[in-house]
Write a protein of this length. Structure first.
Length: 287
C-alpha cells in the first residue's frame, strides 16, 4: 500500500455539536454538487441515511411523558411557560445526552482497541469495560480507527451506480482472531437498538475506494474490501457482536437512490431554497 505523495483528495472537518463529534467532507472531484456553495463538498453516509424515516412521532411524546412521570415534583413547581419549554425540549436533551455519552464511549473504545488504558469516567465504566471484554473475547487486532473513507465518482461509475460521491468516518477496521484473522469493518453502536440501515452504512464504507487509515498523508485508493462486517452493540454492562451481511450492488443502488432523494429534498426544502433551484410550488396567483 503506497500512500499519496500529493495533496490528499479527501479533507475531513470535525465539529463538536452538543457534545457529539460531527464531520463534513470535501473531495477533489467533479462531485455533482452536493451543495451549490461548494462543488467539492460531498455528503457523509450517515447524512444520506437521514433520508430514511426517523423515529415515529410518538417517540418524543414518550420522552416528555416519562419526564412528567419521573420529575413531577420539579415540573409542577415551574411557571407554566417554563414547564412548556422544559417538556418541549425533553426529546432534544435526551438525544444530546445520548450522543455525548456515545462519543465518550467511542473515544474510550478507540483507546482500548490500541491496547491503551484510558482513565474511564465512572458514569460510563460499565459499557467501556463491556467493550474491553468484547475486544479480548473476539481477539480484535485494529488496523485503523475513526478513519475517513470516500466513494470517488470514478469508483461509483465503475460500479454502475452513477458518478455521485460520498464519504464517511468508519469506527474500526480490524483483524478478528476468532474468525481466522478475517479483515472486518466494525461499527460501534451505543443506543438501545441497532437499525437495519447500519448495514447500508457499512456497505457504503466497504465499497469506498479511498481511505486515510493513519491521517491525511496515508491516503490511498486501494482500500481493502471486508471479509466480514459487524456491529459492536455496547449496552450499560454488556456488549455483543452482531454480524452484518456483506452488501452488494443492490445495497449500493439503494444508497445511491437515497443520496438522490436527500439531494432533491435539500434542493427544494425552504431551508436550502436560497441556494437551490426554483421551488416546484410557486407563489399564489390572482385570477
Amino acid at each position: 500500500m503506497t500512500a499519496t505523495k500529493t495533496r490528499p483528495r479527501l479533507t475531513r472537518k470535525d465539529w463538536l455539536i452538543n457534545g457529539k463529534t460531527s464531520h463534513s467532507y470535501l473531495l477533489d472531484c467533479d462531485c455533482r454538487r452536493y451543495t451549490s456553495t461548494d462543488p467539492h463538498k460531498v455528503p457523509g453516509v450517515t447524512t444520506i441515511l437521514s433520508a430514511l424515516p426517523g423515529p415515529p412521532p410518538s417517540w418524543g411524546a414518550d420522552v416528555a411523558a416519562k419526564i412528567v412521570l419521573n420529575e413531577w415534583d420539579q415540573v409542577a413547581e415551574m411557571p407554566a411557560l417554563d414547564r412548556y419549554e422544559y417538556l418541549k425540549g425533553a426529546p432534544d436533551r435526551y438525544m444530546n445526552e445520548a450522543a455525548e455519552r456515545g462519543t465518550k464511549i467511542h473515544k474510550m473504545g478507540e483507546a482500548l482497541a490500541w491496547g491503551e488504558a484510558p482513565d474511564v469516567p465512572d458514569e460510563i465504566r460499565g459499557p467501556v469495560e463491556a467493550y474491553a471484554r468484547l475486544l479480548d473475547d473476539w481477539q480484535v487486532e485494529p488496523v485503523a480507527t475513526e478513519f475517513p473513507v470516500a466513494m470517488t465518482p470514478e469508483r461509483a461509475a465503475a460500479l454502475g451506480i452513477g458518478s455521485a460521491a460520498w464519504a464517511g468516518t468508519a469506527d474500526l477496521a480490524a483483524r478478528i482472531g476468532v474468525r481466522d484473522n478475517a479483515f472486518a469493518y466494525i461499527d460501534v453502536k451505543t443506543g438501545n437498538s441497532v437499525q437495519n440501515k447500519t448495514g447500508l452504512q457499512l456497505t457504503g464504507y466497504d465499497f469506498a475506494d479511498l481511505w486515510q487509515p493513519d491521517g491525511p498523508e496515508s491516503e490511498t485508493t486501494d482500500k481493502p474490501r471486508a471479509e466480514l462486517m459487524y456491529v459492536a452493540h455496547i449496552g450499560p454492562d454488556s456488549a455483543r457482536m452482531l454480524p452484518v451481511t456483506l452488501g452488494g450492488l443492490r445495497e449500493l443502488k439503494y444508497l445511491a437512490y437515497l443520496r438522490m432523494s436527500m439531494r432533491w429534498q435539500q434542493d427544494h426544502d425552504w431551508w436550502y431554497r436560497k441556494r437551490g433551484p426554483e421551488p416546484l410550488i410557486g407563489e399564489a396567483e390572482q385570477p
